[in-house]
Design a protein. Structure first.
Length: 474
């Protein structure tokens, strides 16, 4: 099949969808994106971009506290010390949404530049080669689009429980928080996974009293245990109330003598009162009502689309990428799946998805960045590795910056010294993990890292120092 004559329909305009569209257009295909909510999808409009912008604002506020520890004091024009810096949530959210809209517009511009057509509406597969688009598709009715290749990149949506129904005012999902005009006085965050932990700390930094309800022994139960321990210690040190082993039973909105608020009822009978509740109890794939089951596309019990390492579904010519596949809920993975799908479908050179070289980051303060093998795999005996953890508090640059929490951890193969993985807990760990990711992806050994110059003083110097300590002497 000639790529010049290939018609590609991408359902979903998030990272998996728009990155796939750019690759397909570059390879000469005629590309149409069908998007219901806006170019960029939830990742740009209601999830990754706005949440990280909100977190950045909270991080900025926390720098005032660090400045005081470093001997820097803010004063007003009369010479008095400034005792408090506050966040105007209406202004913060307005900026956050403007930023998300600008990013969406930039993506839309890029798609137009390469000739990708964008159609607004809800898509349904009539067959592997025909897509029905209902809604505002240019005619106001329904269109049918012929396709040689279809990519499904519809993402996921916040999980909603019957006992905790969001109302968009007091009981909120993470996609609804940007409509708040005033900072919650007391925010109860239900769920201590990545989204719950990030947003709990963001609102703590903005000035809310925060209670984090975790059904597990510790926050971030799926992450590196040493990193999770550091983050929980930071949370409590900064005044957050963390309720471990506390499973939510229901969330109710209440109005009484104490004013408007919410009550989070726990399964053990306890009640937690707050002004607002933020639900972060997982997500579900947006795969229903699209004709997938009728077409024979294999779905997991969770509703996720089953794909292989080149993003193929069980139906020839139909591919899928992103959170709707359940492979790994990261925007970077969604984008890579989309690019791989188009390269495979259009006959270009392709390397199957390799999750071992995926770097991930949790935008708490400090951040947690990971790549490659995990501590859990080493502890379980699934991977044999030498492990070295170096606290950042010993790093001279960290001392200068007032950094007291965090570490660098490397996993190396015994004998060869090949770097198998790593964990960085630090401010801007998302940037510091890159050299470790390069090492994992290209099978560099600890001696190669150790013999590479680093700036002195620098936080990256701790990566080289950890590698030096892993040098085999036998």
């Amino acid at each position: 099949m000639s790529a010049q004559k290939t018609s590609v329909v991408v359902i979903g305009g998030g990272p998996g969808g728009y990155e796939a569209a750019l690759v397909a257009a570059h390879l000469g295909a005629e590309v149409t994106i069908v998007e219901r909510d806006g170019v960029g999808g939830a990742a740009v409009l209601t999830d990754c971009v706005p949440s990280k912008a909100l977190i950045s604002t909270a991080d900025y506020l926390s720098e005032f506290e660090t400045a005081i520890e470093l001997g820097v004091h803010l004063e007003d024009v009369e010479g008095d010390s400034v005792s408090d810096a506050r966040a105007d949530l209406a202004e913060v959210n307005a900026r956050v949404l403007d930023l998300a809209g600008a990013q969406s517009a930039d993506i839309a511009t890029r798609l137009r530049e390469v000739g990708v057509r964008t159609v607004s509406g809800q898509a349904r597969l009539l067959s592997a080669t025909r897509v029905l688009v209902e809604g505002d598709s240019g005619t106001g009715g329904a269109d049918e689009i012929d396709a040689d290749v279809v990519l499904i990149a519809t993402g996921a949506t916040p999980r909603v429980m019957d006992t905790a129904v969001p109302d968009g005012e007091r009981i909120l999902t993470w996609q609804q928080i940007y409509e708040l005009r005033e900072l919650p006085e007391r925010l109860v965050v239900v769920g201590s996974g990545v989204t719950g932990a990030e947003l709990a700390q963001a609102y703590l930094g903005l000035g809310s009293d925060v209670v984090l309800v975790s059904s597990r022994d510790r926050v971030l139960p799926g992450e590196d245990p040493d990193a999770a321990e550091v983050i929980e210690e930071v949370f409590t040190k900064r005044g957050m109330e963390v309720l471990g082993r506390s499973r939510m039973a229901a969330v109710e909105r209440v109005s009484d003598d104490d004013g408007e608020g919410v009550i989070v009822r726990l399964e053990d009978g306890r009640e937690v009162r707050g002004s607002h509740a933020l639900l972060a109890v997982g997500s579900i794939p947006q795969t229903s009502g699209m004709g997938l089951e009728e077409l024979g596309v294999e779905l997991a019990e969770t509703g996720h689309i089953v794909v292989d390492r080149v993003s193929r579904t069980s139906v020839r010519g139909v591919y899928a990428a992103g959170d709707c596949t359940g492979v790994l809920p990261l925007a970077s993975v969604a984008a890579m799946q989309g690019r791989i799908a188009m390269s495979h479908a259009l006959g270009d050179a392709v390397t199957p998805l390799n999750l071992r070289v995926v770097s991930a980051n949790i935008f708490t303060d400090p951040e947690i960045a990971t790549v490659g093998v995990s501590q859990r795999e080493v502890d379980a005996g699934d991977v044999v590795a030498d492990v070295l953890m170096l606290p950042l508090s010993r790093n001279p640059r960290a001392k200068m910056l007032g950094i007291t929490d965090g570490f660098v951890k490397l996993f190396a193969e015994p004998g060869s010294g090949s770097v198998l993985g790593g964990v960085v807990v630090a401010p801007r760990a998302s940037e510091l993990i890159f050299p470790v990711t390069l090492a994992v992806a290209h099978r560099l050994n600890v001696d190669q890292i150790a013999s590479t110059f680093t700036v002195y003083p620098s936080l990256s110097g701790s990566i080289a120092e950890a590698a030096r300590r892993l040098h085999a002497t036998d």
